[in-house]
Unconditional design. Sequence first.
Length: 289
Amino acid sequence: MTKNSANEADAATLARIRQTIDELDAEMHRCLVERGQAIDTLIKVKGTSRPGAAFRPGREADMMRRLVARHEGRLPLWTVEHIWREIITTFTRMQARFDVSIDQGVDRDALRDTARFLFGFTVALHGYADAAETITHIRETGTDLGLVSANQPASAGAWWRALGRPSAPRIMAMSPYIRIAGRPAEHAAFVIAPELADPTPPDLDLFAVTAIGKDPWPAIVAAGGAVLAEAGDEKLIALPVGTAVAALAAHAGFEDVARVGALSRGIAIGDIDANPVLYERLDEEAGVS
Ligand SMILES: O=C(O)C(=O)C[C@]1(C(=O)O)C=C[C@@H](O)C=C1
């Protein structure tokens, strides 16, 4: 083959590949437009005008699990995750407008990256000085979501005590949902929401508790739970849904129990430390090596 005919063959192959890419792009775009039409119908069925009525964290967690299970190839899993986060946020916002408040007290840039990873660029972000101010703002708007760092300074105290009272915001998810080495936006953070109307049962209930006397850790861990944050005797704990909390409190030695949210367990893939209470290992299914 002469040099010229090799170039022509390359050019023909390139043109074919580009045609395939254009067809795939058109198909993806058509699917997104069609998804938007499905959401128009869903709005009528769901009645999403009430605050918090659009968010379905349990359903989103289930979608993420299926996304991980079907993923394969060289495309980074977190790219697909981020594309779907952008899609889900946009389609949620088509149902009911919301902005996102972010805690800028610690790791400002990391929290902003996480907010953009989770919510894309459809939402406006509003920064607040700390966890308490972020939560106050979410309560005042009645519609906004928020992001609070899981690594708080001691000065933040038991910030989670501001959650869960009637009409107060609550924790609805943890980020990152997928723990895998090398991912961007890996800073641990809680997603805070107004009271939700999600009928999907979560995996874990979250409680604010006050330890009295003995250390409640061992009994909480024995019950399949975990302590997620501490400020002196004040603890933020996760327990499997259905745990007999009053009996556990008496046995473990804690009181002033207030439910402050709920979570679906995330997914941990490969060689990465992940609390097994919060993250389920899915190495085999993930199609990621
Ligand atoms: O399934 C729903 O109820 C939706 O509102 C759709 C959708 C989505 O875009 O897929 C959007 C928001 C919810 O949190 C979950 C999923």
